[in-house]
Write a protein that binds this ligand. Structure first.
Ligand code: GLN
Length: 313
């Protein structure tokens, strides 16, 4: 099946925004100091169809740092380079059942990071980015993320500095992985690349486009560019289904029935395979670090657009 016709999708995107814009549950992240300054009332919803239609409501054009959502797309880019088996062996695809910044999850599995959607696995993934020097590795990441978005993306230097000044925990995780031989490069370079990838500015509209690219077998429906192969897109969605919303991934799948990925700045990207991508932005988070309005708006869209991949009709 496809998405309903253009007007129907447009109306439902507006309705999703209207229904949840007054929800005030949750807290804005503050462990990265600059994130605490986000406007808690900001709320954007966007849908991009694989046929290229763009639908949006509210603050869908407001930029924010991508944070953990970068993990999904850098994982896809690295899979494209290294292939299914190498990534499975190095990073894994099982849910940790623990928060995204857990150190215990690493220790419980003899230094194996378990999955690319939590910090340990994302650091291990970023450590696999090809290149002979840091500038080349960074170009691989920013060029790839930009191809997913269909426009040139940039780093928010203020977010990058704020996180660099306070990311002791990620530095510790990277060192721990290095001690287990799971990161073979100088760990502080890996943390720096990772911090930079998390500081890339996107909008809800960008997230919807990036999601639509994965939904469309790796081809960006707005630019027509093949960013990753259909096999890589498929594998990335499987990894997202298992772990995209951290330890709440089961509840998310039960309510929404689609692969998705959240980030602590308040974004969520959701993918309806073969149909399109949903992007939401709202900074108030639940205790796992997932946007509350984003989850509600996405659940509404999944139901009203008939997107649940487990449904038989
Ligand atoms: N840059 C953030 C961190 O590493 C990303 C975490 C997230 O979005 N959950 O802590």
């Amino acid at each position: 099946g496809r998405l309903p016709d253009w007007r129907a999708v447009d109306g439902l995107v507006r309705a999703a925004h209207e229904r949840y814009r007054t929800v005030e549950d949750g807290e804005v992240a503050d462990y990265i100091p600059i994130l605490a300054e986000a406007d808690p009332t900001a709320f954007g919803v966007a849908v991009v169809g694989v046929y290229g239609g763009v639908h949006e409501a509210g603050d869908a054009g407001q930029p924010f740092s991508i944070q953990s959502i970068s993990k999904a797309f850098v994982f896809a880019l690295v899979c494209q380079e290294l292939g299914h088996d190498a990534v499975l062996e190095r990073v894994g695809v099982n849910n940790t059942g623990l928060p995204f910044d857990s150190v215990i999850a690493i220790e419980l599995h003899d230094g194996h990071p378990q999955n690319p959607m939590v910090n340990a696995g994302a650091l291990a993934t970023t450590a696999l980015v090809p290149g002979t020097h840091e500038a080349e590795r960074w170009a691989f990441i920013i060029d790839g993320l930009s191809r997913f978005a269909g426009r040139r993306l940039e780093v928010d230097e203020v977010v990058y500095e704020s996180e660099t000044a306070t990311n002791q925990r990620n530095r510790a995780i990277a060192r721990l992985l290095q001690s287990y031989g799971r990161i073979e490069r100088e760990s502080r370079h890996v943390v720096d690349l990772y911090t930079r990838q998390c500081s890339v500015l996107v909008t809800a509209r960008d997230l919807a486009t990036m999601g639509a690219t994965l939904a469309d077998g790796g081809t960006n429906p707005l630019t027509g560019e093949q960013v990753v192969s259909a096999e890589v897109a498929r594998d990335t969605l499987a990894a997202l289904a298992a772990s995209g919303l951290y330890e709440r991934s089961g509840e998310w799948l039960f309510e929404i029935g689609l692969p998705g990925k959240s980030g602590v700045s308040g974004g969520i990207v959701t993918i309806a395979p073969g149909k399109g991508g949903i992007g939401t932005y709202s900074p108030r988070l639940d205790s796992a670090g997932n946007s509350i309005r984003g989850q509600r708006a996405t659940a509404y869209l999944s139901r009203s657009l008939g997107l649940n991949i487990f449904a038989s009709d």
